[in-house]
Ligand binder design. Structure first.
Ligand code: MG
Length: 227
């Protein structure tokens, strides 16, 4: 049965409650706004019939649940890349450090345990393929065309550009390049994701789609499509 979420009134596609339990989603640690999550779900549901999807920066699995549920509904696959050691700002003493995610044995952040619990609870273990490594290492030998790439990993320019450089070339014609945490002004947040978004746009290879909050949405132009 499809139950209409109050927040999704007026949007084209509802997320069926059987696809994602909204109460469960709210309990997953993460920095994704629900409106952005619903947009991820809708785009992935469209894209997943073209080919597999891939996200960079899984953290505890919030975006993974939105994207993975959409892939599962289409019989698709989501690759989820994260070294699970936390980004720069999540290390001890930094602004986004979460002691619950600190592993005293390795003396490092470890989000993989929580991530696996999320996959199990969301029944996504047969849809999501976790790649526990840096995006750069995963990209080295990658050869599978992708219908969607979400860049939401490290927020330094070198990290965001490495993600763009490593993965954008694997997008299928008509596939989506999504970039999270795009802030108009430096006071709102780091500018690296926006800089990469603008580089992608300047390439002329992508069509700009409406943004949802800080989620940038670009679609790879098809051969023969002109600017
Ligand atoms: Mg983010």
């Amino acid at each position: 049965m499809t139950r209409r979420h109050p927040e999704t009134e007026g949007l084209e596609i509802d997320i069926p409650e059987s696809d994602i339990d909204s109460g469960f989603l709210n309990r997953i640690k993460g920095f994704l706004d629900p409106e952005e999550g619903r947009r991820l779900y809708r785009i992935a549901r469209e894209a997943a019939s073209l080919g597999p999807c891939l996200e960079i920066g899984s953290y505890c699995g919030k975006s993974t649940v939105y994207l993975g549920a959409a892939c599962r509904a289409r019989g698709g696959t989501l690759f989820s890349v994260d070294h699970h050691r936390g980004s720069e700002e999540q290390q001890p003493g930094e602004a986004y450090f979460d002691p619950e995610l600190y592993d005293p044995v390795s003396r490092k952040i470890d989000t993989f345990r929580t991530f696996r619990q999320t996959l199990k609870a969301a029944a996504l273990e047969n849809t999501v393929v976790p790649l526990v490594c840096t995006s750069e290492i995963a990209a080295r030998a990658w050869a599978t065309p992708l219908s969607l790439v979400l860049i939401d990993g490290g927020h330094s320019f070198s990290a965001a550009f490495t993600d763009y450089n490593g993965w954008a070339g694997h997008l299928l014609p008509g596939g989506y390049l999504l970039i999270h945490d795009i802030f108009e002004r430096p006071e709102e947040g780091g500018q690296a994701p926006r800089q990469v978004y603008e580089l992608a746009l300047a390439s002329g290879l992508f069509r700009e789609c409406p943004m949802t909050r800080t989620l940038g949405v670009l679609q790879r132009r098809k051969p023969g499509e002109l600017i």
